[in-house]
Design a protein around this ligand. Structure first.
Ligand code: DAK
Length: 261
């Protein structure tokens, strides 16, 4: 499939999606959001891909938010459709059976922070900045900023960010747990790739189970979530990767996981 506002590259089991509107700091207009939906559907159907890197083109921004120029002329129905479109993409990312690492290389604001939050974790360069500035535009975060952000960093930090609209630097983003790791701009992509390759070397069934249990078990009562964990643990024994992993340990060799989903 070909795309106009994103770049899609595949190297074996690693797919890289680059939002490519650097002149507008990779702001999310309806076409970008539609193409993100398409590329994640393509990735979901591609058995070869095991891990995804999501980043922004250029050296200034990951995503500076939803495109304010496009939004400024929307009527209520168009705004509602755009809203659903973005919510569906973030939910599809969360539901994707393959981990997505957000590789944040500059501003991640508004919808940019929200897209990063829908990934499985965030690696960022030391020049990155985060924030939910929607309140300055007379609106609120609409793609998870009030929900995924508060679940990740706690209600009080989420409230401070959403209510002030402040843009915070990466050091504070790391301190509050929004970002996992920080690198120089040059080190960022190689580090993300190294982690992606490590994850891609694991079994598909166990990787998927970990992502799904952490995402969808988190908000359940603990005893319910633990039961789901036990079911998924059992399911791993249906995969050849369980035999390979335990067999390799006993034979004192490196495991090679080749099971399919
Ligand atoms: N939209 C459109 N264009 C943008 C943009 C944006 N969000 N951010 C930057 N640009 C454009 C600028 O207009 C400028 O274009 P030209 O003037 O060159 O044509 C170019 O990118 C470079 O930006 P600046 O000249 O402003 O660069 P600076 O370094 O001076 O400033 C900045 C960088 C990131 C601090 C500044 O550009 C800025 O404040 N940008 C806006 C950030 C922002 O407010 N983002 C939040 C947008 S609201 C929803 C889901 C999600 C959302 C809404 C609903 N539903 C599911 C309900 C999300 C909402 C948002 O994200």
């Amino acid at each position: 499939m070909s795309y106009e506002t994103i770049l899609y590259a595949k190297d074996g089991a690693i797919a890289t999606v680059t939002i490519n509107r650097p002149k507008a700091l990779n702001a999310l207009n309806p076409q970008v959001v539609a193409e993100l939906g398409q590329v994640f559907a393509e990735i979901a159907a591609d058995a070869e891909v095991k891990v995804v890197l999501l980043t922004g083109a250029g050296d200034k921004a990951f995503v500076a938010g939803a495109d304010i120029v496009s939004m400024s002329v929307m009527d209520p129905v168009q705004a509602r459709n755009f809203s659903r479109q973005l919510q569906e993409v973030t939910c599809a990312m969360e539901s994707l059976a393959k981990p997505i690492i957000a590789v944040v290389n500059g501003f991640a604001l508004g919808g940019g922070t929200e897209i990063a939050l829908a990934c499985d974790f965030i690696y960022a360069s030391d020049v990155s900045k985060f924030g939910q500035p929607e309140i300055n535009l007379g609106v609120i975060p609409g793609a998870g900023g009030t929900q995924r952000l508060s679940r990740l960093v706690g209600k009080n930090w989420a409230k401070e960010l959403c209510l002030t609209g402040d843009i915070i630097d990466v050091a504070l983003a790391k301190e509050i747990g929004l970002v996992n790791r920080v690198f120089t701009p040059e080190e960022l992509m190689p580090a993300a790739l190294k982690t992606a390759k490590k994850i891609a070397s694991k079994g598909r069934v166990s990787t998927r189970a970990c992502k799904e249990l952490i995402n969808f078990g988190f908000d359940l009562p603990l005893d319910h979530a633990l039961r789901l964990e036990a079911e998924a643990f059992g399911l791993c024994f249906a995969s050849p990767d369980q035999k390979e992993g335990m067999g390799a340990f006993i034979e004192k060799r490196k495991a090679e996981f080749k099971g399919s989903l």
